[in-house]
Every structure is written in C-alpha cells, then in structure tokens.
Design a binder for this molecule. Structure first.
Ligand code: 26Q
Length: 820
C-alpha cells in the first residue's frame, strides 16, 4: 500500500495545510456537488469530515496490514452501546493537524470551531458503560492493540431530552438525518440471523446426535464500519450491525404476488436495530431487546470466525488468536451462540467446543444492583432461541455435575444454577457469562471486591483465580487535550507533551502547586473555561451566571442511588437559611445539573421536576439576590460534557456507598481541575487515594456502615424528627411555596424519604452539609483552592484508559501491542 498511496494521481492524503485545503475543496465539489458560495455549514462540516476520514482510513489500512503480517492475537470487544462523541475534533488532534486545518479553513474565510460545532454525535449508548467502551477504543488504537469493536447501529440513539414546564420531554434522536460521513457500509460483510421455530434431534448411522434448528424467521445483518483513530498511531474499526430483511424472504412473498406483505416483512426485520433502549440499570425484559442482543452477537461471532478461517486457521485454535470481551451481560448470549456455531454448524464435539468457548470469553460486570442484573424468561428464550435454551440447559447440567463433586452446600449449588426457577423460570445471564468465561472483572477495586463477596460469591469460591479487577479509566486525549485546550497548553508549556501518551507525567505538575505565579495562570485558565460554560448555560437555559461563582456540578444519569435529590436537600437548606437569617453567608454559587432519566422511571423524572422547581424558586427570589442559581442543562451528551468538565470547580460524586460500580465522570472532573465532594463509592475511593485525602472532600457512610445500618433497621423518620434543619428542608418539599398549589407534586419524594429512604439520604445528610461548609471555607481561600486543584490534576495518571487497557492486556487478554 505504501507505493499505492504515493502513486501520482492517487488521492491526496497529505497532512500539510495546502493538502488539507485542496482535499477539502475537492470533497465539497466532487462528493457534495457544492461550491463555497452556496454551501451550508453542514456541507463544510461534511467536506472536512470526508477529508479527515480518508486520512484516518489510510492509518487503518496500515494497521490492519501489520496485524495480518504478524499473525497477532487480537481482541474483539462486544458492547451493545458506544458513545464515541464527536469524531472530527478528536481525529484532528490524533492526526496532529488541528492548527493546519484551522489555517486552511481560515484562508477560505471559514472558522474551524463553528464547523466542529456542526457535528451531531452518535448517541448509541445510555451513559457510563457506552462511554467507557469508546474510551477503550481510543486507548486500544493508541496503544496498537490488534482489536475490533462490535455493536449495534441503532437508527435512533438515546432520546433527545427537552425540558418543558420543568419536566423532561423525550423526542427521537435522528442522528443519521444529515448522513454520517464517518461510516462506510460493507455490503459484502453480512450474515443471516435466525429466530424462533424449533429444533429437530436425530441420530445418524454411527449413532451420532445431530441437532437441527429449523427457524421461524431469518434476517440479515450488514456491517457499517467507522474507523477510530488513536493518537499519533493506529486506527481500529468500530463495526456496527444494521438489520435488514433477507432476499429469500422478499423473494418468497413476491412469488405469491403479495408485494405489500414483502415490504411489511422488510419493515419488521429492520425494527431490530431501530432504537436504543433508554433504560440503564433497570431492565425492561422486552423481547425486542433480546432480539437486538442476539442479533449483534450472532453477526459478530460469525464475523470473528470468518476472520479466523480467512487466515487459514482451525476453529480449535480460536481462543489462541482471539479473546472476546463481554461488556456486561448484554452480549452474554454469545456463550450459547459460540457453542451452537462450533457444535451444530462446525461439527465440533461438545467438550472441545466448551474448551474453546471458556477460553475465548472474558466478562466485565458493571453493576451490583439486583434490579439491573439481566434475567431472561425461559419461555421467551424458548420462543425466540429454542436451540440456545437447550444449550444453556446443557451447560447448566454439566456445571452442576461438576460442582456437586466439590464442597458446596445444596443451598450454594441452587444459588449458582444458571436457571432461577423460584417463580417464573429465568436465565441468570451473569451466571452464564461467568461460567462461560476465563476471567471476570469488576470496574473499580471496591466494586470488584463486592462482586466477589456478594453477587458472584459462590463462583469466586469455586474459581478464585477467575476473578480480578480492572479499574475504569478515561481517555485524557478527548477529555483534556481536545476539550480543554487552554489547560492542556498550560500543562504542556510547563512539563512538555509526554502526558498525551503517558498520563503519569502529570506528576510533574506537583511542584508547581507551590508556585504562586503558576497558580494564578491555572485559575485564569479555569476562569476562561467558566466563561465559556456560562455562555452555554445562557444559550441553553436563558439563565445568566457570573463566571466568578463557584460552579458546583453534578452531571450523570438521573437515579435515586446517585442521589441528585441529596444535592437538592442541601441547596434547600442553604436557601432556607438565607430566608431565615435575612442574610447570606454562602459564597455565590451556581448549582448545575444535567442528565437523562429513563422515560419509564417515575422517581427519576420527578427528581428532574424537583430540580427545576427549586431552580424557578431560587433563581427568581430577589432576597437571594442572584447569589445562588440552580440550573438544569437539557440533553446531556458527550459534546455538552466537553464544555462542562473544563468549567467545573466542584464535582459531585455523592452516590450511596456500594452502589456506583465505578463512575467515570468523577475522573473527568478531577482531570480538569475540579475538586470532588464525594462518598467512598466506586472509583472515588481510588481517586482519593491518588490525590490524597487532604485534597478530597469526603462525607457519608462507608459500604460496611451502610450494610450494618440496613441490618440494624434504618429509621429515616427518627433522623428527620431529631434534626430541625433537615425537618425544615423535607417539609419544604410539600410546601405551597415550592409546589405552587399542587401539594401532591413532590409527595412521592417526601413519602419515600420519610418511610423507606433506601439510599440513606437522611442518614448522610448532616455529614454532607457539614462537608459542604468545609468546601466553602476552602473556597474563600483561592490560593489554597488552586493548590488543591493542581494537586488533583497532577495525581490523575492512574485514571487514563491507557492504563486500564494495559491492565486488561496483562491481567486478562494476554495480548500485546503491534508496532506500526
Ligand atoms: C439492559 C437490559 C435491557 C435494557 C437496558 C439494559 C442496560 C443498558 C445500559 C443496563 C445497563 C446499562 C448501563 C449501565 C451503566 O452505564 N453502568 C455504569 O457503567 C460505568 C462503566 O463501568 C460505571 O462507571 C458506572 O458506575 C455504572 O453505573
């Protein structure tokens, strides 16, 4: 290819300003049929995206050649969700052509920032889990790990959130409307996926059992590839599957002369990849969701097998050349599907196939919440995937035979069953994934520990070496270099640019914390970022804030366990204090929230209304005199997030201990110089360890104390009646002042807190309020604040996703980098 690309007449993919300008104009003329005078901003964006895509593909082709040549062992990452965020800015950084591009466009009287702003991001995920998958792709590419990521090409991603009258209103996300310049359809890479029907068992003359699955319907999955570029290096492919009708089905219907039926079938087939389920941490148990999971798993496994056989290898060695990472249980039906492909389709014996399967998969768990553990009804599986159900029963029965020989109680054994038959029989997908994998990991030290002590305790006793931890990480290239160019520049001026590939190098900032001049530059950068965020706040909500205010921010999915309403109780306590004392000792603060609520999650939607109602009251109260603002930013996304983290002073990480598996927003804030107020939950524990306890605002019960409290019997009402200040705050929830004549508005929140309070808001309330007092004390001392902020950033090295991916490579995958 080297020769090919340098031949005269072959597309220009140079990286100079002139090359970029020429390509950009060529794309505008020949790909879009436009000339500058009539082109829209979107045309300019598309031309630039196509210009960049060519250059990214070139890197991909070279990476692929290298992997093939070295016959390298590789990783296939299976995830139902990805949240890559806008591609353009990131690719410009990684190609190191940000400035060249800016200048090329300027010569055409175009502004790069405006063009960057045109991009509509793929919202193909709910939150943390999907974003984590994308951070990992960035690091896999940067580190040169042979890898491919598989997922679903949802036509509609996570819904668009608007706030009307204070409530969340959902509408469909039409991210493909202006076409998607980053993807390439691969019509030749497509596979058939079967559903329903029944199985037929028969024996041949050698008495060998043959099982045939006679499906009820068949659809086709077609690959759409998006190249993901690493920094100064390789590119890998994100391969997303789109569902279509198979030709054979259309054909049968046409023959009957029933055109309408044929088209109807086609539409029904395409349903499978229409829309992302917007529930996180809470299951819907819907048939279509299971269809989505099986659909993308089936296409991906068939593709992996194709790639393996293409290299002239035998299926018996699949696990030597590939490892397949399951991002939560969403793709865990893969365990049964690989068995089916090996045993039924490729005629491998069960034991051999099981050995290959168990040595191929590794499983990452992201949750301990019982309501979020996937369980599919046996009846649903029987209807949709009858052969897979048989395989699951077979795995179960062999597994039970195995453990009966060991030292387990009857109770333990039934707890480990893959099938839960108390009540409606269901398959425990976490058990299937655990039994079918060679490694299982949690996503923070605390979470991995709890996983082995609680949810998968018996399995950890059976296979202690199977369990490990890989603490999550984030790509500091997107979340610092791209999104916070001012801070990135200040850092590079002082310690050089090595941190872009070795985040540990930030440690070099530590001595600067004592340097007054540096502190002032640091806070000047923060102020500029806050001005930028203030502009976005004004644009999105109409609310004006002063950039000098303390920006106290909580952005994440809305969930009771994440306790956005604990923040609200704190805000109300400040407000009521001001009203009572007729004076304000609180520093000017803007409390900023953002995040989506699952459309069917009643409490989460109430919490949004609660936040906006408190905002309406406080923002318009003359007695508060503009010193407190409460803001709900609509439609949180990666794009918006990239403006939020750089402008934050204080990061709210206040989940009940033991509930947040890791959190990754916590890392993004700290990396951008925000200080954290938080509980000992998820990765907060490790962040605090790294930055030092004196640089972290801790409050609340520990996981153990939570468990004890619940065991002893927790009585929120008692806490309420014994804390005058808290009582005032809680009573205010049903006051006329807040509810404007609808006393029922927040009754559910009020009742829930006083009667159950499953997430211990009342228990942690005083400790939180007290720690916030401490936050305000430090805030009054800007030199001290700046010093803590610098020390936070200096100690974030551990939380680069490069470190996480290296951990996966060493502890789990046994895969090495290929140098390009
Ligand atoms: C499953 C079945 C049916 C419908 C929806 C789902 C579903 C979808 C998304 C279940 C869960 C999710 C997302 C979970 C998630 O984002 N978890 C977060 O993962 C992060 C990355 O590890 C952690 O940092 C967070 O702590 C964890 O909450």
């Amino acid at each position: 290819t080297e020769n090919y690309f340098t031949q005269p007449g072959v597309a220009n993919i140079g990286l100079s300003k002139e090359d970029i300008k020429t390509s950009f104009l060529e794309k505008l003329f020949y790909s879009l049929g436009r000339i500058p005078v009539v082109a829209t901003k979107n045309d300019f964006y598309t031309s630039l995206a196509l210009t960049v895509r060519d250059r990214v593909f070139r890197k991909y082709v070279k990476s692929l050649e290298q992997y093939v040549e070295e016959d390298a062992r590789g990783v296939a990452y299976l995830s139902a969700e990805y949240l890559p965020g806008p591609h353009l800015g990131n690719n410009l950084l990684n190609l190191e052509i940000m400035e060249e591009t800016r200048e090329a466009l300027a010569e055409l009287n175009l502004n790069l920032d405006e063009i960057l702003n045109e991009e509509v991001e793929p919202g193909l995920g709910n939150g943390g889990l999907g974003r984590l998958a994308s951070c990992y792709m960035d690091s896999l590419a940067t580190l040169g790990i042979p890898s491919i990521a598989y997922g679903i090409r949802y036509e509609f991603g996570i819904f668009k959130q608007e706030i009307q009258d204070g409530w969340q209103i959902e509408s469909t996300d039409k991210w493909l409307h202006n076409r998607n310049p980053w993807e390439v359809i691969r019509p030749e890479i497509s596979f058939e996926v079967k559903f329903g029907g029944h199985t037929e068992h028969s024996r041949d003359q050698d008495n060998k059992l043959h099982i045939e699955w006679i499906p009820g319907t068949e659809i086709k999955g077609t690959a759409f590839d998006t190249p993901i570029l690493g920094y100064q290096s390789n590119a890998i492919i994100l391969r997303l599957w789109k569902a279509e009708a198979t030709e054979s089905f259309d054909f049968a219907a046409y023959n009957l002369g029933d055109y309408y039926r044929a088209v109807e079938k086609k539409m029904r087939s395409e349903n499978i990849t229409k829309v992302l389920y917007p529930n996180d941490e809470n299951l819907s148990g819907k048939e279509l969701r299971l269809k989505q999971q099986y659909f993308f798993v089936c296409c991906s496994l068939k593709d992996i097998i194709r790639l393996h056989l293409l290299q002239g290898r035998k299926l018996e060695t699949l696990h030597e050349k590939f490892t397949i990472q399951l991002n939560d249980t969403h793709p865990s039906i893969a365990v049964a599907e690989l068995m089916r492909l090996l045993v039924d389709v490729h005629q491998m014996g069960w034991e051999d196939a099981w050995k290959v399967t168990q040595n191929t998969f590794a499983y990452t768990n992201h949750t301990l919440l019982p309501e979020a553990l996937e369980k599919w009804p046996v009846n649903l599986l029987r209807n949709l995937l009858p052969r897979h159900l048989e395989i699951i029963y077979e795995i179960n029965s062999r597994f039970i035979t195995e453990i009966r020989e060991k030292d387990f109680s009857g109770e333990q054994i039934s707890r480990m069953f893959l099938i839960d038959d108390r009540g409606e029989p269901t398959v425990r997908m976490a058990h299937l994934a655990t039994v079918g994998s060679y490694k299982v990991n949690g996503v923070s030290a605390l979470h991995s520990g709890l996983l082995q002590e609680q949810v998968l305790k018996d399995f950890a006793q059976l296979w202690p070496k199977k369990f490990t931890n890989v603490t999550n990480g984030i790509t500091h290239r997107r979340f610092l270099a791209v999104s916070n160019p001012r801070l990135a520049a200040l850092i590079s001026e002082n310690i050089g640019k090595d941190w872009l590939t070795q985040l540990d190098k930030l440690k070099g900032l530590e001595p600067f914390a004592a340097n007054k001049d540096f502190r002032s530059k640091w806070m000047q950068v923060k102020l500029e970022n806050k001005k930028n965020l203030a502009t976005h706040i004004k644009e999105l909500t109409g609310i004006e804030i002063k950039p000098e205010m303390l920006l106290d921010i909580q952005v994440k999915r809305i969930h009771e366990y994440k306790r956005q309403h604990l923040k609200v109780l704190h805000i109300l306590s400040l407000y009521l204090q001001i009203k009572k004392d007729k004076q304000n000792t609180v520093p000017p603060t803007a409390f900023v929230f953002a995040g989506k609520a699952a459309p069917g999650y009643f409490m989460a939607k109430r919490i949004i209304k609660l936040i906006t109602s408190v905002g309406d009251l406080i923002n318009n109260d003359p007695e508060v005199n503009g010193t407190l603002k409460v803001i709900f930013l609509p439609n949180f996304s990666v794009k918006l997030a990239q403006h939020v983290y750089p402008g934050a002073d204080l990061s709210e990480q206040i989940s009940m201990a033991g509930k947040e598996a890791s959190g990754t927003g916590n890392m993004k804030f700290a990396l951008n110089g925000a200080l954290t107020v938080g509980t000992l939950d998820g990765a907060n524990v490790e962040i605090r360890e790294e930055v030092g306890e004196e640089n972290f605002f801790l409050f609340g019960l520990t996981t153990e104390e939570v468990a004890d409290k619940k065991k002893q019997g927790y009585h929120p009402y008692k806490i309420y009646s014994e804390n005058e200040n808290l009582k005032r705050v809680i009573d205010f929830l049903i006051s006329d002042e807040l509810t404007k004549g609808d006393p029922e508005l927040f009754r559910s929140v009020y009742d829930n807190l006083l009667n159950q309070d499953p997430y211990l808001l009342l228990e942690d309330y005083q400790s939180y309020v007290d720690q916030m007092e401490n936050v305000y004390k430090v805030w009054q001392d800007p030199e001290k604040w700046a010093q803590m902020s610098i020390l936070n950033v200096a100690n974030m090295g551990k939380f680069s996703s490069d470190r996480s991916i290296k951990d996966y490579c060493e502890k789990i995958w046994k895969v090495g980098a290929v140098k390009v």
